[in-house]
Design a protein around this ligand. Structure first.
Ligand code: NAI
Length: 323
């Protein structure tokens, strides 16, 4: 096992003035990367701005002997995204790594959600990821090297109450990852991480009002180190790996929760096949639902074309078993 070295590499970590982003920045800087610590420094719902959050993390990194510079632009505008990436070039001359970590939340039940609640969260988690990643991607494409990490959330892919705006915004970036991964040249990889951590402003502390607060308290009683495994320090090694030269996989999704690291994948059951030219009736769909829903055999397509291949594969299997 050789050490992961980031000497000569330049990283941008958005929303890095606290919580998980701070941990990612410190971890990358400790291994030799020069880091742009971006943070708008507003409230958790996205209002206001301040320089203190980013400055503190930069001081910490420099104090430990690392290289870092602060940036206070918002990810939520094209000008802000471009300025964040430009600051990497201005300070350190290149860009190799982008960790899209900035985040806000406006948690209300779906029935009470306002257009402002949707817009504020989509501006940061959806458009912000485009605005920061695109200028970096263009440079990565030219240099033939880049590591892009998108920070998604179980609130979208698995679902958590009171987070329809946040959960759906966090899931939009999976589509972005899938498409960029297929367009990207060799050497530029993009992956998604699904963190779970207390301590960040969005993760809250045990006992805070969060949808899973009761579950967390119960889990902490059952599994001795559950909460220990939810420290940002448990998430940073996964993000460090995904940001490193060693990571050559692209378009993958990894979860870290309570000390457990897993791959998340989107699969498609082998399903039921209606042979011939006559479409099935709704009643026939109902009759075959057991087969359609059967999770015991499945494919994991890596692209839309791959899904098309699953139909051919199914036909061939059926032909083989008939003959
Ligand atoms: P945090 O609130 O401590 O960090 C987010 C940072 O983003 C804040 O410092 C905030 O000032 C900054 N930010 C907000 N809007 C910005 C903008 N427009 N431009 C630049 N910076 C902006 O939260 P935490 O818990 O560390 O979360 C970090 C990321 O991980 C977020 O994207 C969050 O959605 C995601 N996440 C966190 C989980 C957790 O359990 N903590 C679970 C799943 C996802």
């Amino acid at each position: 096992m050789s050490a992961m070295d980031f000497a000569g590499r330049v990283a941008v970590v958005t929303g890095a003035g606290g919580g998980l982003g701070r941990e990612y920045s410190r971890a990358l800087a400790a291994r030799g990367a020069a880091v742009i610590v971006n943070d708008l420094g507003g409230s958790t719902t996205g209002e206001g701005a301040s320089t203190g959050y980013a400055d503190r993390v930069v001081e910490e990194i420099r104090g430990a002997g690392g290289r870092a510079a602060a940036n206070y632009d918002s990810v939520a505008t094209p000008e802000g995204g471009a300025a964040i990436i430009r600051s990497a070039l201005d300070h350190f001359g290149r860009i190799d790594i982008v960790i899209n970590n900035a985040g806000n939340q406006r948690n209300v039940r779906f029935g009470e959600l306002t257009e402002q609640d949707i817009d504020a969260v989509y501006a940061v988690h959806v458009k912000g990821v485009f605005f920061v990643t695109q200028p970096a991607y263009r440079l990565m494409k030219q240099q033939g090297y880049g590591r892009i990490v998108l920070v998604s959330s179980q609130s979208g892919i698995f679902g958590n109450p009171i987070r329809s705006n946040y959960g759906s915004a966090k899931t939009a970036m999976i589509g972005l990852m899938n498409v960029v991964a297929q367009e990207a040249p060799p050497g530029v990889v993009i992956n998604c991480v699904f963190p779970n951590a207390v301590g960040g402003r969005l993760g809250g502390k045990p006992g805070d009002v969060r949808p899973d607060a009761d579950f967390l308290a119960a889990a902490a009683k059952k599994v001795p180190h559950y909460i220990a495994g939810m420290q940002p320090s448990f998430v940073a090694p996964l993000v460090t790996y995904l940001a490193s030269e060693k990571c050559t996989t692209s378009q993958n999704m990894y979860s870290v929760l309570g000390g457990k690291y897993s791959r998340i994948f989107v699969g498609l059951t082998h399903g039921w096949y209606q042979a011939g030219e006559t479409p099935p009736t709704a009643e026939e769909i109902e009759v075959h639902l057991g087969q359609i829903d059967d999770l015991s055999t499945f494919d994991v397509p890596k692209s839309g074309l791959d899904e098309m291949d699953t139909v051919i594969a199914l036909q061939q299997r059926l032909k083989k078993s008939a003959g």
